[in-house]
Design a protein around this ligand. Structure first.
Ligand SMILES: [Zn+2]
Length: 353
């Protein structure tokens, strides 16, 4: 696809966003364009031709299969209107630090906290694009404890525990920070740390770590391994806490973000998806347009398989006790806005007659 242009391919401002997406039908049309920028393509047979049916679905000219724009995406079968989804996506993409389920529920008048929470959960679940690029160049790698507790879901505070998390950050001299990656680790052994490095860093890159034995053997995996020893730093009179400044900076930003936007921390089962959101935000912090981030989010959402409610509540790590699904799930009204009728003038007309 040609280079995306603000004002044509994605809204540049909240004004443009509101002007473009006033109705659920406008949102559906945009979603169709994002999903099939070259025109409809059948998921079953690959044919690029179809007929539009009266109910808005498209019938494939090759195999006759009927499909809707939302079928096979995270918007499939949700009873939340697309105007509400789009506004949630806009807030998610444009708010510098994101949005909590509570503020989303309040600002869109969503009936229940659980519905708002599940919407954000669905958005988080699409943020890691399969086959995304690995980190390259010079990469600092370290592990740290992140997490804690999460309010709300079961009435009280569900106590979680801190989870060991691997962090990899691209660095450039003297103090530049590039992209980052974060993943939960089972432990600090080489059996956990080696797959973390090979899963997130390109072979041939320079990997910088501390002297922890879990990192031994990286050279044998095709990396130029630089080890920085705390003891040596102390001997040189340097601060051993500053051995890996980029990962420590990213770790403290992530912890601060969990504490501020999400007021405290997050249950272990959901922590990875929150870290995915942090990484998504961090790696787009210099994006020239938030509207473009909104487009990328919709592109990921339209290209992602449907996410079931239990997939989000269960989290990505196995749990001993199955989570209790919330009892009530209110569905928000559409934000469809018909052309304004200027009700504040209607009184004048009544009086004039
Ligand atoms: Zn087909």
């Amino acid at each position: 696809m040609a280079r995306l242009r603000g004002g044509r391919d994605y809204p540049r401002s909240v004004g443009e966003f509101q002007a473009w997406f006033g109705t659920d039908a406008d949102c559906l049309d945009y979603l169709e364009w994002v999903r099939w920028p070259q025109g409809f393509a059948c998921a079953a047979c690959g044919r690029g031709q179809g007929w539009r049916l009266g109910d808005g679905r498209i019938m494939c000219a090759g195999c006759g299969r009927r499909t809707s724009v939302t079928a096979g995406t995270i918007f499939d079968r949700t009873r939340t209107p697309l105007t509400v989804w789009f506004t949630a996506c806009w807030l998610f993409a444009t708010a510098k630090d994101g949005i909590s389920a509570l503020s989303l529920q309040r600002s869109l008048e969503i009936g229940s906290y659980q519905t708002a929470w599940a919407m954000l959960g669905r958005l988080r679940s699409v943020l890691v694009r399969p086959g995304r690029d690995l980190l390259a160049g010079r990469v600092e790698v370290d592990e740290t404890y992140i997490g804690g507790e999460e309010p709300g879901l079961r009435g009280g505070r569900a106590r979680g525990k801190k989870v060991l998390t691997g962090i990899a950050v691209e660095v450039s001299e003297p103090k530049g920070i590039g992209r980052c990656r974060m993943a939960l680790l089972a432990d600090g052994s080489s059996a956990s740390l080696h797959p973390f490095v090979t899963g997130h860093v390109e072979p041939g890159a320079t990997v910088i770590t501390d002297a922890w034995m879990g990192y031994h053997g990286l050279a044998g995996l095709g990396y130029a391994h630089q080890r920085r020893s705390q003891r040596a730093a102390r001997a040189r009179g340097e601060d051993p806490g500053e051995l890996l400044p980029a990962v420590h900076r990213v770790a403290s930003l992530a912890k601060r973000w969990l504490l501020s936007t999400h007021q405290g921390s997050v249950e272990e089962a959901h922590l990875q998806s929150y870290l995915d959101e942090f990484v998504f935000r961090f790696n787009r912090r210099r994006s020239r347009s938030r509207g473009l981030v909104f487009y990328r989010l919709l592109e990921l959402a339209a290209g992602h398989d449907p996410v079931r409610y239990r997939d989000i509540t269960a989290g990505k790590r196995p749990r001993k006790i199955p989570p209790v699904p919330p009892a009530t799930r209110g569905h928000p009204p559409s934000l469809d806005r018909p052309p304004a009728e200027r009700p504040w003038r209607a009184a004048d007309l009544d009086n004039s007659g």
